[in-house]
Write a protein that binds this ligand. Sequence first.
Ligand SMILES: Cc1ncc(COP(=O)(O)O)c(C=O)c1O
Length: 418
Amino acid sequence: MTVGGAVPATEDRLDVERLRADFPILSRQVNGRPLAYLDSAATSQKPTAVLDAIVEYYRTSNANVHRSVHRLAAEATDAFERSRERVAAFVDCDPRGLVFVRNTTEALNLVASSYARQLLEPGDRVLLTLMEHHSNLVPWQLAAERAGLRLAFLGVTEEGLLDLSRLDELLAPPTRLLAVTHQSNVLGTINDLAALVREAHRRGVLVCADGAQAVPHMPVSLRELGVDLYAFSGHKMGGPMGVGALWARPELLERMPPFLGGGEMIARVELESSTWAEIPHKFEAGTPDVASAVGLAAACDYLDAVGRERIHAHERGLVRHLLDVLDEAGATVYGPRDVAVHGGAVSFNVGDVHPHDAGTVLDRMGIAVRAGHHCCQPLMRHLGVPATTRASVYLYTTHEEIDRLGEAVTEVRRIFRV
Ligand SMILES: Cc1ncc(COP(=O)(O)O)c(C=O)c1O
């Protein structure tokens, strides 16, 4: 069956060439070369099915949600709530706990602000890791300052895995919450979230996970993971920018105070005080980005039609190829070598060439990669580099594009004589 224009794979392998036709932007030329888009960890490209769903919503049903009784308002509200159910089904969770937010960053700020205010006390400890994106670090620094919390950190091993040697000790009191990434955006490391949740729960510690790099790339069941709070962004999974989700156990959301105040999130307002709407609406103040929620639901349909196991398997093959090609081209690669625990983002450096210079040469050859600290400055310091170049893949990436990257890295070495 084809859903939303997605091309299903016939057997276990993706028909990538056919599938690429669903992504109009991939036929672009950049600097006289066919675009090789190797920056999907920053944001993914969007299939026509998603673009069409957004336009169709604006063309036929646009109105504000939860506010009016007229027909369009009812249709818009219905589209928004159906999108919530679709996105919840995609990550296998109770839709009552799914809050639409702008992105992972907003979701994690919501948690750090609201959860810390109500459910943590001065002196409590939040356990983080050295591989967190700034969006799962800075909000906790702000919360620590406001609420008198302590922060502690799991390290990273030589192989780019979480260093669990002190896990026992660091999960002990006063630790109350573990906030950890499901997949590193720099090293590509896929953390064993289910095992971390089991360990944390054994000690009465709850777990908040950053799923920004996981949900787009592999099947994720929040029910099976047993996680307590989980954040992800629509724009990294074929959906539009401007929408993401926080999922939290409904009983936690019930106890957490609102993050933002205003329309939509209230039950009754007096001059001096208010009461709150039911969850998840209590956390959705103001007019939401309905069209983006509809687009995100279409992205879920698209990815499911292609098959998330197949996408994951395709990416494993690409990462193996990437590691080989980068080794052959003489690049220094960071992160695990075992593709079973390596998601679709690979960081590397070429001698002492600054990643911005390497990225510029690659761009001239039509190859889009990310160069910088990837919002992980503490991890960069741990690696002993100011920045890395990162190539990241998705369902539409081809092995030929990886070969082109290898040739381009060789060209970088030739130009900079390293
Ligand atoms: C692991 C990780 N967490 C959080 C984020 C932040 O996502 P957003 O910018 O969509 O809020 C990113 C984005 O690159 C990421 O890779």
